[in-house]
Design a protein around this ligand. Structure first.
Ligand code: XLS
Ligand code: CA
Ligand code: CA
Length: 440
C-alpha cells in the first residue's frame, strides 16, 4: 500500500528532553506514570480529521493553498485515500484516536440519499482500517454548518424543513459514530446563534435546540449508542452570537431544558479565549461540576481576534490547564485531547503535520508534569488552604451546612467586628509556579 509519510519510517519514540531529533518526543512518554496513570491514559490523544486530512491552508483571505497527495481523484476515491493517510499518520505518531465530522470522511452527494450512501461506504472502509490498525474513534459529529442550507442555523433554523434535514443528517452521523465504536458524540453549535435580534425569536430557538438534543438522546437509546454526548461551547464565529457561549452558559441551558444528565462539556482552548476566558477557566468551571468530558487541545493567538486553531506550544497555558484537568475526580473518562488545530498556511509540507502534533503532545506532557508537582507541593497548597482556613471554624461549617441565618451572622459580626484584610499572595504563587515550571 502507498505510504503518504515515507520520511517517517517507524513510530515516533520517546527520547527524553535532551533529544534534538524533531521526530522524537521529549516529554511525552506514553508509559510514564503520573498520579497512578500512564501519560497515555491521561491524554488519550486524538487527531482532528478536518484540519489534518482535509485542510488546505485556507483562511478568510485566501482559498486552499495546497492539495494533499491523498485528496485527489473522484470525491469517493479521495475519501478512501484520506482514510489511509489518517490511519498511517495516527499509527506513526502513536496517537490512539481520531475525530471526524460526517462530511470530512465522506463527501456530500447530490441528494440526501447519495450522501447517506457515501457515508455508509466510507464507514465500512474505516471500520476495517480501525480493526487492522487498532486506532479508535474518540468522537464523531455532524457538519451542520458548511452547506448553505444551514445559513440560518440547523436546530435553531426558523424553517422546520431545515430542522428536519439537520435531524436526518444527525441521525446518520450518530449511527456512523455508533457503528465505529465512537466513545463520544459532539455537538458544536455551528450556526446555532443569531446575526441580529431584529429577526430572531430567542426563546423559540433555545427550545428548538433543546428539542434537537433530546431527539439525539432518544435515538442513542434506540440504537444502543453508549458513548458520552458532549457540547462544545463557542461564543461567536460564524454567528455574531453563538448560543453555546461558554461552559457556564451551556450548563445552565442543559439544566433549564432537563438535559443536564445526558451531556458533558468539550472544552476548546481557542473558544475559551474567544469568550474572554482563559483555557484554565473553562476547564475549571466544567470540572467543578464533574462535567469536563473532553478537550479540543489547541490555542488561539493573543493578537488575532478569531479562531486561529493553532497547535498548543505555550507551556504556561498547558500547565495551568492540566492543574484544572487534574482537579476533576476520575479524570476525563471517555474523553481525550483532540488536536483541533491546523498548521499555518505557510507550513505546507506533510512533515509539518508531524512536528506540530509532536510539539503539542510534548507541551501537554510537560504541562502534566508541572501540574502534578504544583498540586503535590506542600508550600503551594498551604498558601491556598490558609486563605480558606476560617471556613473550617464552627461559623463557617454552619453556613455551608445550610444551618446559619442572617440573624446569626449579624450577631457574629457584632461580636467580631471588622475583619482583617489579608494578602492573597498572588505574586508569591506566580513565582512559585514559574520555579516549578523551570525546575523540570
Ligand atoms: C469550530 C469547532 C469545530 C468542532 C467540531 O470552531 O472547533 O471544529 O470542534 O464541530
Ligand atoms: Ca473544536
Ligand atoms: Ca476552533
Amino acid at each position: 500500500m502507498k505510504s503518504y509519510f515515507p520520511l517517517v519510517k517507524s513510530p515516533i519514540k520517546y527520547a527524553g528532553p535532551k533529544s534534538r531529533d524533531p521526530l522524537t518526543f521529549k516529554w511525552f512518554n506514553a508509559k510514564q506514570k503520573v498520579r497512578g496513570k500512564t501519560m497515555a491514559q491521561h491524554f488519550r490523544f486524538a487527531v482532528a480529521y478536518w484540519h489534518t486530512f482535509k485542510g488546505g491552508g485556507s483562511d478568510m483571505f485566501g482559498p486552499a493553498a495546497w492539495v494533499r497527495e491523498w485528496n485527489v481523484g473522484s470525491p469517493m476515491e479521495a475519501a478512501e485515500k484520506a482514510l489511509q493517510a489518517n490511519f498511517e499518520f495516527c499509527q506513526k505518531l502513536g496517537v490512539p484516536y481520531y475525530c471526524f465530522h460526517d462530511r470530512d470522511i465522506a463527501p456530500e452527494g447530490a441528494t440526501f440519499t447519495e450522501s447517506v450512501k457515501n457515508l455508509e461506504t466510507v464507514v465500512k472502509q474505516a471500520k476495517k482500517m480501525q480493526k487492522d490498525t487498532g486506532i479508535k474513534l474518540l468522537w464523531g459529529t455532524a457538519n451542520l454548518f458548511s452547506n448553505p442550507r444551514y445559513t440560518h442555523g440547523a436546530g435553531t433554523n426558523p424553517d422546520v424543513q431545515v430542522f428536519a434535514y439537520a435531524a436526518a443528517q444527525l441521525k446518520h452521523a450518530l449511527e456512523a459514530t455508533c457503528e465505529l465504536g465512537g466513545e463520544n458524540y459532539v455537538f458544536w453549535g455551528g450556526r446555532e446563534g443569531y446575526e441580529t435580534l431584529l429577526n430572531t425569536k430567542y426563546s423559540q430557538e433555545q427550545n428548538q435546540f433543546a428539542a434537537l438534543l433530546q431527539l439525539a438522546v432518544d435515538h442513542a437509546k434506540k440504537i444502543g449508542f453508549k458513548g458520552q454526548f458532549l457540547i462544545e461551547p463557542k461564543p461567536r464565529e460564524p454567528s455574531k452570537h453563538q448560543y453555546d457561549y461558554d461552559t457556564a452558559t451551556v450548563l445552565s441551558f442543559l439544566r433549564a431544558h432537563g438535559l443536564y444528565d445526558h451531556f458533558k462539556i468539550n472544552v476548546e482552548a481557542n473558544h475559551a479565549t474567544l469568550a474572554g476566558h482563559t483555557f484554565a477557566h473553562e476547564l475549571t468551571v466544567a470540572a467543578a461540576e464533574n462535567k469536563l468530558g473532553s478537550i479540543d487541545a489547541n490555542a488561539g493567538d493573543v493578537l488575532l481576534g478569531w479562531d486561529t486553531d493553532q497547535f498548543p506550544v505555550n507551556l504556561y497555558d498547558t500547565a495551568t490547564a492540566m492543574v484544572a484537568v487534574l482537579q476533576q475526580k476520575g479524570g476525563i473518562g471517555s474523553g481525550g485531547f483532540n488536536f483541533d488545530a491546523k498548521c499555518r498556511r505557510g507550513s505546507n509540507d506533510v512533515m509539518d503535520l508531524f512536528y506540530a502534533h509532536i510539539g503539542g503532545m510534548d507541551a501537554f506532557a510537560k504541562g502534566l508534569l508541572v501540574a502534578d508537582k504544583i498540586l503535590s507541593d506542600k508550600a503551594y497548597s498551604q498558601i491556598v488552604d490558609d486563605r480558606y482556613a476560617t471556613w473550617k471554624s464552627p461559623v463557617g461549617k454552619e453556613i455551608l451546612a445550610g444551618k446559619s441565618s442572617l440573624d446569626k451572622l449579624a450577631a457574629f459580626t457584632l461580636k467580631n467586628g471588622e475583619p482583617a484584610l489579608k494578602s492573597g499572595r498572588q505574586e508569591l504563587l506566580e513565582i512559585h509556579f514559574n520555579d516549578i515550571l523551570l525546575s523540570l
